[in-house]
Design a protein around this ligand. Structure first.
Ligand code: HEC
Length: 111
């Protein structure tokens, strides 16, 4: 009996571990990173901060907009880590933080 139980446990772990690893970022954790790293220029809702747009003389899109949400996760990651147009790259993010940020950006999408 004990052998079967051990075997069963082994199989359960072998299935559960890759599943957990494959899971996408955590939007709640991403929000905390966003507040620290993005909220100086982008509102929590994704709307541009008017003062920043004015200062940089650029039309900033709402991050919840169709145009931004149409980008792939990879594109969003590239924008965040390498910058785009007048947005400077955001440094010092771990891979996990980046995944969580993207999950947060996706959560802004209007239904
Ligand atoms: C110092 C100000 C600043 C910070 C900090 C900042 N951004 Fe930006 N972001 C901008 C500006 C300005 C633009 C518009 C760039 C352009 O179009 O020239 C932009 C554009 C973007 C875009 C592209 C929108 C589009 O029109 O395609 C995304 C996505 C984005 N930001 C996400 C983020 C995220 C996520 C963070 C935090 C990790 C962040 N930004 C931090 C200023 C900032």
């Amino acid at each position: 009996m004990k052998r079967w139980f051990t075997l069963f446990l082994g199989i359960a772990i072998a299935i559960a571990v890759p599943l957990a690893a494959a899971q996408k970022g955590d939007a709640a954790a991403g929000k905390a990173v966003y507040q620290k790293k993005c909220a100086t220029c982008h509102e929590l809702s994704g709307a541009p901060k008017a003062a920043i747009a004015k200062m940089l003389k650029v039309e900033m899109r709402d991050l919840s907009s169709k145009e931004v949400q149409a980008k792939s996760d990879d594109e969003l990651a590239r924008i965040i880590t390498q910058g785009t147009g007048k947005m400077v790259p955001v440094k010092g993010l771990s891979d996990a933080e980046l995944q969580n940020l993207i999950a947060y950006l996706r959560s802004l999408q209007k239904p």
